[in-house]
Design a protein around this ligand. Structure first.
Ligand code: DOR
Ligand code: ZN
Length: 426
């Protein structure tokens, strides 16, 4: 089937195309880009007044399948992604069982074949069971189709294991995505260490717990001359370290999520477990530093860390409740509202951090994340100015755990197109 997208304003961070252009999608690829294209055999989308970008990529998603499907499954997570404008998502291995073996990777890939059409890219565990002890078989995981390696959810406390993983992963073209928190300083603690933890009379997770691990991983990447990617950066100290190592030419990249440049730990006092996430929401100076690092390019990628949990689990007391928030269905709007409309970043840069950059970190190749002739027909069409109110009851995800419920945002997905097929339409 052919799809002709007419009159949209192109957002192309790669810089090849700009202004108003038509796109013809045929047989899963972009076959024509130009002015006033016509094709009588194509289905037409009139994108006048809308923006057209490469399909969004979220390289940090928890799909909970296998094993934790009361929180989410591959089908509902993919629907949530399409609803949020994402055509590609990479899923973390902290499932049950852990995605530390080719069979579990094969299961995820197979289930994903029957989803709404979103591309699901599995991430393999670094260690067996994410226990941080014994390395998984990277060769077998790569052959099974993983695009990266991570023990996300759990820090890799064993520096020797991390060093070995960087060396062996890089050799196979697999980047390690590192969850940086020193477990000995955060275990069993629910909130950031600071004013809020003191107000609650609870021990907190200090910023230094993240920064020590960021420093360790940056040093390991430098020493081994490998690439490392730091997950969900949340502190001022972390971005300072990453900035410094980038200047030296070390192959370190990183990501953050909307919650870290929009919210602070004060949200815990207002919203309790809804604002509980790991790493935790931090102090105002951290939030401001994250925003500055998004602006100056220290932070490469915008991800969601979509972490669905059930209402029952989130109703537990603060210390016992699981950490995490859903993000797939609010990310584009939050990024547009707080980065583009707020004047922090040009639109091209917001979209680059949600398309090109994650494609580069994962080494997807094949023009994935770009609007170009011959690129996959993965396209997101959005209204950059539409205002709406976040309403979790409208989510396709099984998870409703968001601290952004009721928030007024600006920017809304109108069409999500994967492989030339409309997989979501507003
Ligand atoms: O808040 C979080 N939730 N942080 C993580 O690293 C893991 C995630 C989850 O799996 O729930
Ligand atoms: Zn995560």
């Amino acid at each position: 089937m052919k799809l002709l997208i007419q009159n949209g304003t192109i957002v192309d961070p790669a810089g090849g195309i700009s202004g108003q252009k038509d796109l013809l999608l045929d047989n899963g690829v972009i076959t024509m880009i130009g002015d006033h294209l016509s094709d009588t055999t194509a289905q037409v989308i009139d994108a006048a007044g809308l923006h057209v970008s490469a399909g969004l990529i979220d390289m940090h998603v928890h799909l909970r399948d296998p094993g934790l499907t009361h929180k989410e499954d591959i089908l509902t997570g993919s629907e949530a992604a399409a609803h949020g404008g994402f055509t590609t998502i990479a899923c973390m291995p902290n499932t049950k069982p852990v995605m530390d073996n080719p069979d579990t990777v094969a299961y995820v890939k197979k289930r994903a074949q029957h989803n709404c059409g979103v591309h699901v890219l599995p991430i393999g565990a670094v260690s067996i069971g994410e226990r941080g002890e014994q390395r998984t078989n990277f060769k077998d995981l790569k052959a099974a189709g993983v695009v990266a390696l991570s023990d996300d959810g759990m820090p890799i406390m064993n520096a020797n294991l991390m060093r070995d993983a960087l060396l062996r992963g890089n050799r196979r073209g697999l980047t390690v995505l590192s969850h940086c928190e020193d477990d000995t300083m955060v275990h069993g603690r629910g909130v950031n260490e600071g004013r809020v933890s003191r107000a609650l009379g609870m021990p907190g997770r200090p910023a230094i717990a993240e920064e020590l691990m960021v420093m360790r991983d940056a040093m390991l990447a430098e020493e081994t001359r490998t690439a490392v990617h730091i997950c969900h950066v949340s502190t001022a100290g972390s971005v300072n370290i990453i900035r410094q190592f980038k200047r030296k030419g070390v192959r370190i990249t990183c990501e953050t999520c909307p919650q870290y440049f929009i919210l602070t730990h004060e949200e815990i006092l207002r919203q309790g477990t809804m604002a509980k996430v790991n790493p935790p929401l931090r102090a105002t100076k951290d939030r401001d530093a994250i925003l500055a690092a998004v602006k100056d390019g220290t932070i490469d990628c915008l991800v969601t860390d979509h972490a669905p949990h059930s209402a029952e689990e989130k109703a537990l007391p603060l210390v016992a409740a699981p950490a995490g928030m859903v993000g797939l269905e609010t990310a584009l709007a939050l990024n547009l509202t707080y980065l583009y409309h707020a004047g922090v970043l040009p639109l091209e840069e917001v979209i680059a951090k949600m398309t090109l950059r994650p494609a580069e970190v994962l080494g997807l190749g094949g023009s994935v994340g770009m609007l170009a002739l011959g690129a996959p027909a993965d396209v997101t069409i959005f209204d950059v100015n539409e205002e709406w109110t976040v309403d979790p009851s409208d989510f396709r995800s099984k998870g409703r755990n968001t601290p952004f419920a009721g928030m007024q945002v600006k920017g809304r997905v109108r069409y999500t197109i994967a492989d030339g097929k409309i997989i979501y339409k507003a």
